[in-house]
Design a protein around this ligand. Structure first.
Ligand SMILES: *[C@@H]1O[C@H](CO)[C@@H](O)[C@H](O)[C@H]1NC(C)=O
Ligand SMILES: *[C@@H]1O[C@H](CO)[C@@H](O)[C@H](O)[C@H]1NC(C)=O
Ligand SMILES: *[C@@H]1O[C@H](CO)[C@@H](O)[C@H](O)[C@H]1NC(C)=O
Ligand SMILES: *[C@@H]1O[C@H](CO)[C@@H](O)[C@H](O)[C@H]1NC(C)=O
Ligand SMILES: *[C@@H]1O[C@H](CO)[C@@H](O)[C@H](O)[C@H]1NC(C)=O
Ligand SMILES: *[C@@H]1O[C@H](CO)[C@@H](O)[C@H](O)[C@H]1NC(C)=O
Ligand SMILES: *[C@@H]1O[C@H](CO)[C@@H](O)[C@H](O)[C@H]1NC(C)=O
Length: 816
C-alpha cells in the first residue's frame, strides 16, 4: 500500500516470529498437527502454514488438498489468543487463492470470522480476519452472509482502527457490500458516513480512493445524501477540490459531488451553504481538462431541474460555460455543450448565452472532427433556438444553418434529429427559411425520412412541415423523391411519427401535383385504414385526409358523400357512387375501360369545351369560363383531356390500347351557357336558386310527382345511354331522365361554374341533395335575421322549392 510522503515501511510493524519450530516437517505432517491437543504445537503449526502458504498459490492449493481448511476454521475460534491469531494469519493468506475461497464458501466460516471482529481482539486478528472477508466479499452469496450476520457494524468500527491494513481491508469489504442496495442504504444508518469522510484524510491514496468510491456508491441513496450533507460531507469534498495537493482525487471527488447534486432539495441546501458558488469557483480555477469536464458534468446534472436552473442562472453559470467554450479540449467542450443544452430550458439563460457571445462558439462546434462533440453542439443549438427568435438569427448570422444542412447527410441519428429540430426552429423566420432552402435542405431531409430512428423521423417531418410552406419548396420535395418516404410513414405505429407525418402531408397536399402523387403512393388508403383504427386515428390524420381529399373531389365525394360549398368541382369530376372504406377508388380511365355492366353508371362532369387536343393551361384553372367557340352538331365528341398528360408515367397504356379520351359534353356546355344567361342577371339569391333548380329539373325530365316516381323511366334511360356509348361512364349532360342524385350533381356543377354557393350531399338509395344558405324571412324586409338558414333545394317534385332543413318536407325529400 503506497502512502503519501510520510509512509515509512511497507507493512505496519508487527511482532516478529520465532524461528520455525516445525522445520523439516512435510506440509502433510504440519496439517495433521493442526489437530493436536497441545496449544504450543497448534501455535507453531499455524505459523508454519502461514509461512508456507505465503510462498505461493501452489502451496495454498496443496494445503487445501491436504485438508488444512477445516481445522483452521475451527482454530480461529480457539480459546487461546495466540492460536486464534496464528490460525487467522494462515487462513487469511490462504483465502486469497480462488480455490481456497471456493472451498471456504462451503464451510459457513463467515459467522465465526465476524465474531472475531470485536474490538477486544488483537489487531493482527483484525487484519487477517478482514483480509479473509475482503477476499470472500467479492462473492454475492458471501456478501449476503456478511450482511445477514451483522458484519457491517464491526466493519464500520474498524474503519477507525489505528492499523492502516485493517482500515483498508474493512473499507474494501464495505465497498464490495455497497454494490448492493440493501447494504448501501444501511451504511449511513449504522453511522458509516463520518468514518468514511475521515478516511479522505488518510495518508494512503489507495484508502482515499476507495473511500471516495464507496461514498460515490452510497450517495446514490437520497437518505444517505442527507446524512452525508448533515455530516459536512459536501464541504469536505470542496476542501479537497480547493487543495491542489489532492488533485489526484479531484475526478473521484467530482463523481460524489455529482451525486450530491442530483436532487433539487439537496442542491438548494448545498447552495444555501455556499456550495454551488464554491463549485463554480473551482471551475474558474482548475485547468486540467478531465477535471473541468467532470465539473461541468456536475453543472449539467444540477441543471436538470427548473428550480436549479434558476439558481444557476442567478449565479451566472452562463459566464463560466461560455468561458469554457474556448477550451480546446474536446471532452470539455462536449460537456459544456451538454450543460448549455440543459441550461437552455431556462428562457433567460438562452438570452444570456447569446448576449455573452456563446452562440458562434457552439456553431463552431458543428464543424468539429469529433462525432460526440458535433452531437452535443446540435443538441445545444436545438435547445437554444427553441422558441427564441433572436437566437435563431444568431445561429443564422454565424452560418450555422449551412452546416446544419450538411449534418443532415451524416450517420449519427441524434445529430440528424437535433440538426433537423434546429433547422425547423430557425425556419420559422422567413429570411432564414429561404436561406436554409437555398442550401438544399429539402433534398437533405429525404434520406432521414427513411430512417428507422423515431426521433429522427419526428424531427425531420416536423422540419419538413415548416420548410414546405411554399409551392417552390413543395415542388422541390416532390422532385427530390421525398413524397414516397413521407407517405410510407403513415404505416408507422409510433404515435408522434404518425402525427408529424400527417401534419407534413397536410402541408404538402396544398399543391395538387403533390396531392396527386401522394395518392398514387397509397396515402388515401393508408389514411382510411388509420381512420378505422381507434388507436391510430387523430385530428392530425383527419386533417391530412381532408387536405388530400380536397385536391381530389371525386374521391372525397365517393368516400365522404359530402362536398362543401367551398369544394368547387370542375372538369373530370366523376361520381362513382359510394365506395366502401378500404377499397381503392378506380380512376376514370380504369372505369372507362371496363366492359359495360349492370351496375349504376359512373356520371362524369366535364363542363369546359375544348376544341383541340392540346388544351391551354388557363382552361383548367378557370372552369367557370366556358369556351364560346361553336361546336359541331354532334352532341358527343371525343377529346383528349390535358389531365391525361400528367397521368402516371410509370404505368403507360399498353401500346395496343388506344389512348384514352374523355368525352366532350356539349349538352352540359349548352346548359351552362343557358344558366349564365338566365340566372346570373337575377339579383335575388333565392330566385337564382329556384331558377337554377328549374333549369336542372327541365334538363332531366321535369317535375316528377312523388307518387309517380316509380313510373319515371330513368333506369331504362341510363341503360340505353350505356349501351349507346358502350361505356359505364356517362357525361352528365346526356342524361335526359335523372332523379335526385343526378339532378343534385348537375345542380352543384352548374352552381359551382356560375359562382353560386351550394353543397352536394349523398343520402341512401340514390338520394342526394343540395343545401344552400339563405337569410330567412322576407328578403325585402328590414327585419331579416342575421343568421342564415339552411335549405334543401327541391329538384324533383316542385322544382325550385326551398325546403328549410330539418323540416318534415325536407326530411321527406332526403329519405325514402
Ligand atoms: C460504485 O462505484 C464504482 C466507481 O467508484 C462504480 O464503478 C460502480 O458501478 C458503482 N456501483 C454501483 C452499484 O453504482
Ligand atoms: C482555498 O484554499 C486557500 C488556501 O490554499 C484558502 O485561502 C481559501 O480560503 C480556500 N477557499 C475555500 C473556498 O475554501
Ligand atoms: C434540451 O436538451 C436536453 C438535453 O440536455 C434534452 O433532453 C431536451 O430534450 C432538450 N429540450 C428541448 C426543448 O429541446
Ligand atoms: C428532436 O430530437 C431530439 C433527440 O435527438 C429531442 O431531444 C428533441 O426534443 C427533438 N426536437 C423536437 C422539436 O421534437
Ligand atoms: C372516418 O371514420 C369515421 C368513423 O369510423 C367515419 O364516420 C368516416 O366516414 C371516416 N372518414 C372517411 C373519410 O373514411
Ligand atoms: C389500442 O390501444 C389499447 C390501449 O393502449 C390496446 O389495449 C389495444 O390493443 C389497442 N388496439 C389496437 C387495435 O391496436
Ligand atoms: C383522384 O383520385 C383518383 C383515384 O384514386 C385518381 O385516379 C386521380 O388521379 C386523382 N386525381 C387527382 C386530381 O388527385
Amino acid at each position: 500500500m503506497g502512502k503519501k510522503a510520510k509512509k515509512e515501511s511497507e507493512t505496519p510493524c508487527k511482532e516478529t516470529f520465532e524461528a520455525l519450530p516445525v522445520e523439516g516437517k512435510t506440509p502433510a505432517t504440519v496439517v495433521l498437527l493442526l489437530s493436536s491437543p497441545e496449544e504450543d504445537i497448534l501455535i507453531k503449526a499455524c505459523e508454519a502454514i502461514h509461512i508456507f502458504a505465503e510462498k505461493g498459490d501452489e502451496n495454498k492449493v496443496s494445503l487445501l488438498e491436504l485438508g488444512a481448511l477445516k481445522p483452521l476454521c475451527q482454530l480461529i475460534a480457539h480459546n487461546n489468543k495466540l492460536v486464534r491469531r496464528n490460525a487467522f494469519m494462515a487462513l487469511g493468506i490462504m483465502a486469497i487463492n480462488a480455490d481456497v475461497k471456493k472451498a471456504l464458501k462451503k464451510m459457513d466460516v463467515i459467522p465465526l470470522i465476524i465474531d472475531k471482529l470485536s474490538l477486544e481482539e488483537d489487531i493482527v486478528v483484525h487484519e487477517f480476519a478482514t483480509l479473509c472477508l475482503a477476499s470472500l466479499s467479492l462473492d454475492f452469496i458471501c456478501k449476503v452472509q456478511i450482511f445477514d450476520n451483522k458484519g457491517l457494524p464491526p466493519l464500520i468500527q474498524l474503519l477507525s482502527s489505528p492499523d492502516p491494513d485493517v482500515k483498508k481491508n474493512s473499507l474494501e469489504i464495505i465497498f464490495n457490500l455497497v454494490q448492493d442496495y440493501q447494504c448501501r442504504v444501511a451504511v449511513h444508518e449504522l453511522g458509516g458516513i463520518p468514518p468514511l469522510l475521515e478516511l479522505l484524510n488518510s495518508d494512503f491514496p489507495v484508502i482515499q480512493h476507495l473511500a471516495l468510491e464507496t461514498l460515490q456508491n452510497v450517495t446514490i441513496d437520497k437518505d444517505t445524501r442527507n446524512t452525508f450533507r448533515d455530516d459536512q460531507g459536501f464541504e469536505k469534498l470542496m476542501d479537497i477540490l480547493n487543495n491542489t495537493d489532492f488533485s489526484d482525487l479531484h475526478a473521484a471527488v467530482l463523481c460524489v459531488v455529482a451525486n450530491c447534486l442530483s436532487d433539487s432539495e439537496s442542491v438548494q441546501l448545498i447552495h444555501k451553504d455556499g456550495g454551488l458558488m464554491r463549485l463554480m469557483d473551482f471551475l474558474h480555477t482548475t485547468n486540467k481538462p478531465e477535471i473541468q469536464s467532470s465539473a461541468v458534468k456536475c453543472i449539467a446534472r444540477v441543471a436538470q431541474s427548473s428550480e436549479n436552473r434558476k439558481l444557476l442562472h442567478e449565479l451566472n453559470v452562463e459566464k463560466v460555460l461560455v468561458e469554457l467554450l474556448s477550451v480546446a479540449d474536446v471532452a470539455v467542450k462536449t460537456s459544456t455543450f451538454q450543460a448549455v443544452a440543459a441550461m437552455s430550458f431556462h428562457l433567460a439563460s438562452k438570452d444570456r448565452f447569446r448576449d455573452l457571445g456563446g452562440v458562434p462558439a457552439v456553431v463552431q462546434g458543428l464543424s468539429s472532427e469529433s462525432l460526440k462533440l458535433r452531437e452535443a453542439a446540435t443538441q445545444a443549438l436545438s435547445n437554444l433556438t427553441r422558441s427564441n427568435c433572436l437566437n435563431t438569427f444568431a445561429v443564422y448570422e454565424a452560418g450555422g444553418h449551412e452546416i446544419l444542412v450538411q449534418l443532415l447527410h451524416g450517420s449519427c441519428p441524434s445529430t440528424i434529429a437535433n440538426a433537423a429540430a434546429t433547422l425547423g426552429n430557425m425556419a420559422g423566420q422567413e429570411v432564414i427559411r429561404c436561406s436554409i432552402f437555398s442550401h438544399g435542405a429539402i433534398q437533405a431531409l429525404v434520406e432521414p425520412l427513411k430512417s428507422t430512428d423515431t426521433q429522427v423521423l419526428v424531427n425531420t417531418t416536423q422540419c419538413l412541415a415548416v420548410l414546405a410552406c411554399d409551392t417552390e419548396a413543395r415542388a422541390e420535395l416532390q422532385s427530390a423523391g421525398g413524397l414516397h418516404p413521407l407517405v410510407d410513414l403513415l404505416q408507422s405505429y409510433h404515435k408522434e411519427v404518425l402525427h408529424s407525418a400527417c401534419w407534413a402531408i397536410n402541408v404538402c397536399a396544398s399543391d395538387e401535383p403533390n396531392a396527386v402523387e401522394m395518392c398514387k403512393f397509397g396515402a388515401l388508403e393508408m389514411l382510411q385504414e388509420i381512420n378505422q383504427s381507434v388507436n391510430r386515428s387523430s385530428s392530425f390524420s383527419k386533417m391530412a385526409m381532408i387536405s388530400l381529399l380536397n385536391s381530389n373531389l371525386s374521391v372525397k365525394y365517393s368516400l365522404t358523400g359530402h362536398l362543401a360549398s367551398t369544394d368547387i368541382i370542375s372538369d373530370g369530376f366523376y361520381d362513382a357512387g359510394k365506395v366502401p372504406a378500404g377499397h381503392r377508388i378506380l380512376t376514370l380511365e380504369e372505369l372507362s375501360r371496363q366492359p359495360v355492366n349492370q351496375h349504376r353508371p359512373i356520371i362524369v362532369v366535364n363542363p369546359t369545351a375544348e376544341e383541340t387536343v392540346d388544351v391551354p393551361e388557363e382552361r383548367q384553372s378557370n372552369p367557370s369560363e366556358p369556351d364560346t367557340s361553336s361546336k359541331g352538331e354532334r352532341r358527343v365528341s371525343e377529346k383528349k383531356k390535358d389531365g391525361d398528360k400528367q397521368k402516371d408515367e410509370s404505368q403507360p397504356a399498353s401500346p395496343t390500347e388506344k389512348p384514352w379520351k374523355m368525352m366532350d359534353d356539349v349538352s352540359l356546355q349548352d346548359l351552362l351557357k343557358e344558366a349564365k344567361k338566365s340566372i346570373l342577371p337575377l339579383n335575388d339569391e333565392r330566385e337564382q336558386y329556384a331558377a337554377l333548380a328549374r333549369l336542372v329539373s327541365e334538363a332531366m325530365g321535369g317535375a316528377v310527382e312523388m307518387e309517380k316516381l316509380t313510373e319515371f323511366p330513368w333506369v331504362l334511360h341510363l341503360s340505353e345511354l350505356k349501351f349507346q356509348l358502350q361505356s359505364n361512364v356517362i357525361p352528365i349532360g346526356m342524361i335526359r331522365r335523372g332523379i335526385y342524385c343526378h339532378r343534385a350533381l348537375l345542380f352543384k356543377c352548374l352552381a359551382d361554374c356560375i359562382g353560386i354557393s351550394s353543397t352536394l350531399v349523398r343520402g341512401e338509395y340514390n338520394r342526394a341533395w343540395n343545401e344552400v344558405l339563405l337569410f330567412s324571412g322576407n328578403p325585402s324586409s328590414k327585419g331579416r335575421s342575421s343568421q342564415p338558414c339552411r335549405f334543401i333545394v327541391d329538384l324533383m317534385h316542385q322544382p325550385g322549392n326551398l325546403l328549410a332543413a330539418n323540416t318534415p318536407a325536407a326530411v321527406q325529400y332526403q329519405t325514402i
